[in-house]
Write a protein that binds this ligand. Structure first.
Ligand SMILES: *Cc1c(COP(=O)(O)O)cnc(C)c1O
Length: 400
């Protein structure tokens, strides 16, 4: 008989030999996914509450993704970035229709979209703000892993890495308007924020704060950049998180959920701030028909399958259940979140242990930091999966 344990063990042996080390991974290899479930090479089934890292919004292996890839790959994959193509044009049209932004530039990753946003702001600064080039960002924020985005991110542990990093990023404390105002100067060309800090552990910026940031940007004639890489495409219950804040960004970046697992990201800007000139920005995979066809299919499916309604409904249920869990387990200090992006804050630094114990019981959750467990399931998830997740989490909390 075919020994799946042996097969997985040999895959792991080869992985240790030839996959470059960047992070500790559990001793398993995933081979299949469907909806909110993943299967490893031995056939074990896992309940997935990270969804490809807040990516597979429609669940794993949604048929619309494979049918779109099949159809578009037979027609045209990449005519080169120097030509227009049909899906690129149609997806950009729809994105500008459903958002407050006017122009779209497609890339492949969130970091790349954010780099584009920074370049756009600096270009605007050079053209219209006497060469202003500083970008203000927030401590505990995350904007990606290119050198410039590690410099822009507010993670303390990034600070000593890979020096020298690009300069011109000023960090301010989260949700603190006074601290922000103190840093805005003639050198500032943009303020860049996540409306909800995702990697930072799911912290919501207050609506009052965002309103004041908006006023500040307008008064100084600088663009407000929202990094909606994690919050965009339905994660918070509206297509974009900014819709719930009463504040419009001038520049916005999207990735993660936009491609449902296929590499796709976007930089969007209001007309006034779309100031690139020929040669300023580009890339081999900027708006391929294959990638943008997938994005278009994701957006259409979100609309057709009423995904946002599900996010709100199941999100409310998830919050209610997590609050109930908090009553039962004093180690849970707080429940934070919106839509289907939630976290529990812990009294002790046990998030890693909790996530590992959940994994042993075949539930995948994320320890965003030692005191935070984060949930970012597929947006198609039902109450049944929430209950199944909580049953396992309860057992784990009891055992710890
Ligand atoms: C994941 C993430 C990024 C980086 O996206 P990549 O596709 O990994 O480059 C940037 N900003 C936020 C808010 C993110 O959550």
């Amino acid at each position: 008989m075919y020994d799946t344990e042996k097969h997985q063990a040999s895959l792991l042996k080869q992985a240790r030999k030839s996959i470059m080390f960047t992070t500790n991974r559990p001793d398993l290899v995933f081979v299949k996914g469907k909806g909110s479930y993943l299967w490893d090479a031995t056939g074990k089934k896992y309940l997935d509450f990270i969804a490809g890292w807040a990516v597979c919004a429609l669940g794993h292996s949604h048929p619309v993704i494979s049918s779109t890839l099949k159809k578009q790959s037979r027609r045209l994959i990449n005519p080169s970035p120097s030509f227009y193509n049909e899906p690129m044009i149609e997806f950009a049209r729809q994105l500008t229709e459903v958002s407050c932004l006017d122009k779209v530039f497609f890339v492949s990753t969130g970091a790349e979209a954010n780099e584009g946003a920074v370049k756009l702001a600096r270009k605007y600064g050079r053209k219209h703000l006497n060469g202003a080039h500083e970008i203000i960002t927030v401590w505990n924020s995350f904007h990606g892993r290119t050198l410039a985005m590690m410099a822009a991110s507010g993670k303390q542990n990034f600070e000593p890495l890979f020096l020298p990093k690009p300069e011109g990023f000023i960090r301010v404390p989260f949700n603190d308007i006074k601290a922000l105002k103190a840093k805005v100067s003639a050198k500032t060309c943009a303020i860049m924020l996540e409306p909800v800090l995702g990697e930072g552990g799911v912290h919501l910026q207050s609506p009052e704060y965002l309103l004041e940031v908006r006023e500040l940007c307008t008064a100084h004639k600088i663009p407000l950049i929202f990094d909606e890489v994690q919050t965009g495409f339905g994660r918070t219950g509206t297509l974009f998180a900014y819709e719930q804040t009463g504040v419009e960004p001038d520049i916005m970046t999207l990735a993660k959920g936009i491609g449902n697992g296929f590499p796709l990201a976007a930089l969007l800007a209001k007309d006034k701030f779309a100031v690139f000139e020929a040669g300023d920005q580009g890339g081999t995979y900027c708006g391929t028909p294959l990638a943008t066809a997938v994005g278009l299919a994701v957006l259409t499916t979100i609309r057709d399958e009423r995904i946002l309604e599900n996010v709100v409904k199941v999100g409310v249920y998830l919050e209610e259940r997590l609050l109930r869990l908090k009553e039962q387990f004093p180690v849970i200090k707080e429940v934070r979140g919106i839509g289907l992006l939630y976290a529990i804050g812990l009294e002790q630094e046990i998030a890693n242990d909790i996530a590992e114990c959940c994994m042993e019981r075949r539930l995948i959750v994320n320890s965003a930091n030692p005191q935070t467990i984060r949930f970012m399931p597929a947006l198609t998830i039902g109450k049944k999966e929430v209950d199944a997740m909580l049953t396992i989490l309860k057992k784990v909390l009891k055992s710890i």
